[in-house]
Design a protein around this ligand. Structure first.
Ligand code: BES
Ligand code: MN
Ligand code: ZN
Length: 496
């Protein structure tokens, strides 16, 4: 999808389709008003007949109207004018794209920026619009022979005033970079486990380094990890014939000698549960257990594409969790990179075992902050459903900044407590800790486990088990938490 900004009036745009907004109560936005006047009142006549009330996301496609240069007009409901919010704004754009794809319009001119919601500025509104459009247009059909025809909608132009159009060029480029990162994250996460293995993710990280001179990639193989002493990570990998990888990415475009932000992504390319085998239902979805890793790669691509002035390190511990004669067993005790020993009471709690070694490795970068992203617990989905990501951390300002970025981007997180009380639940009779804390508070005990490895820097953990992909007939990766993290990083870059 290509995006552009143009100035001009809705009536004289040359496009396959001009998109204008209608508020509830059939109230026309200025562009809709202009089209109505140019066409001799055709739009108000159609609305009077009751074909569109203006409920948010309603659409009505009209064929060519007299006095208008665009070949078609798409009316989009924006809901009550005072109530239009971020969610409605995204919905209106997504539904508009849905209608355009259905009709096969090759390009469209969106005249909705004149009606962007309160509480945000026009640049933010544009970024959200781009992401909503790109999201609705996304398909993962690499493995389908029949690709449902050629992609119809090739270009979307946003219409703005002359001065605004100039000011929006930069936000548009940024939004396109984020959209590209989200696509990459989704593609990787949607990729089946037989293709997307730990080595595949490593190749992908190397590909980014060859695509962008600002990204540097280093990949540690099994023997390098053995030498370091990543005993927890290696224990998980043992059951699989796919060799593990530890991927390190660096992007240093921020202040020279500035401490980096370290992003850690869980990269379990398939989580069968191991010897503590998962039940069969929906087990296919465990190909998504590398969504955190995919997010790290997407974030690096987006930052490099927009040349964001930040210092970033990405760490991706990646393994396949399988049962076999070599596999890790319940009761086994492993020694982590930190030296702390772990009694493995459940081999399905593998995410924390690979993350703990990555979190210890992060110390060598003397990070300003470490944020890990992991599809860590089913318990997080039980606690919060699939709307927010779970957020826990050991540093108030970091947690607050991430919560705020979540609100601003519409990719929200919700904080869970990380009190010391929970540490008791991880006691082991035979090692320094157990890898599970029992049925209660599973998302919190998982984070409490990680907290034992993150004492030396500000750290936050995003449990994205409920947000990284959709189940059911809309099954597919969501690209979350890219919008949240990118918003946070851009805010950081702006603060210098
Ligand atoms: N990858 C899963 C978490 C998960 C489960 C994500 C369902 C999305 C949907 C993780 O490795 C896991 O299996 N966690 C266990 C932990 C338990 C054994 C303490 C879980 O959540 O059941
Ligand atoms: Mn598991
Ligand atoms: Zn897992």
């Amino acid at each position: 999808m290509e995006f552009g900004i143009k100035s001009g009036s809705a009536t004289s745009i040359k496009s396959a389709c001009v998109v204008v907004g209608v508020f509830e109560g059939r109230k026309l936005t200025p562009s809709a008003q202009a089209l109505d006047e140019a066409s001799g009142g055709q739009i108000s006549q159609i609305l009077k007949r009751g074909d569109l009330e203006g409920k948010c996301g309603q659409t009505l496609l009209l064929p060519a109207l007299p006095g208008i240069t665009a070949e078609r007009v798409l009316l989009v409901g924006l809901g009550q004018a005072r109530e239009l919010d971020l969610k409605g704004w995204k919905k209106a754009h997504a539904e508009a794209v849905g209608a355009l794809l259905e009709r096969g319009a090759g390009d469209a001119a969106f005249c909705l920026l004149e009606a962007f919601p309160r509480g945000m500025d026009m640049a933010e509104a544009l970024r959200l619009a781009v992401l909503a459009v790109d999201e609705r247009d996304y398909r993962f059909d690499q493995f389908k022979r029949d690709k449902n025809g050629k992609r119809a909608l090739k270009r979307v132009n946003f219409i703005a005033g002359r001065k605004e159009a100039r000011e929006l060029e930069e936000p548009l480029r940024q939004a396109e970079a984020i959209a590209g990162g989200i696509r990459l994250t989704k593609d990787l996460a949607n990729m089946p486990g037989n293709v997307c293995t730990p080595s595949y993710l490593a190749d992908e990280a190397r590909r980014l380094a060859s695509l962008y001179t600002t990204i540097h990639t280093e990949v540690l193989d099994q023997s390098a990890m053995e030498q370091l002493g990543m005993g927890a990570l290696l224990a998980v990998a043992r059951g699989s014939s796919q060799p593990p990888r530890f991927i390190v990415l660096e992007y240093r475009q921020g202040p020279e000698d500035g401490k980096p932000v370290v992003l850690v992504g869980k990269g379990v390319t398939f989580d069968s549960g191991g010897i503590s085998l998962k039940p069969g239902e929906k087990m296919d979805e465990m190909k998504y257990d590398m969504s955190g890793a995919a997010s790290v790669l997407g974030i690096f691509a987006a930052c490099a594409e927009m040349r964001l002035p930040v210092n970033l390190v990405g760490l991706i511990p990646t393994v396949e969790n399988m049962p076999s004669g070599h596999a890790l067993k319940p009761g086994d005790i492993v020694t982590s990179l930190s030296g702390q020993t772990i009694e493995v009471l459940n081999t399905d709690a593998e995410g924390r075992l690979i993350l703990c070694d990555a979190l210890t490795y992060a110390e060598r970068y003397k990070p300003e902050a470490v944020v890990d992203m992991a599809t860590l617990t089913g318990a997080c989905v039980i606690a919060l459903a699939r709307f927010p990501s779970g957020l826990l951390g050991n540093h108030r300002p970091l947690v607050q900044a991430l919560l705020k970025a979540g609100e601003k981007s519409g990719d929200r997180a919700w904080e869970l407590p990380l009190w010391d009380d929970y540490q008791d639940l991880l006691k082991s009779n035979f090692a320094d800790m157990a890898n599970i804390g029992g049925r209660e508070g599973g998302a919190i005990t998982a984070a409490s486990f990680l907290a034992r490895f993150t004492k030396n820097y500000p750290w936050a953990h995003l449990d994205i088990a409920g947000t990284a992909w959709n189940s059911g007939d809309k099954k597919g990766a969501t690209g979350r938490p890219l919008p949240l993290i990118m918003t946070w990083l851009m805010e950081k870059a702006a603060q210098g």
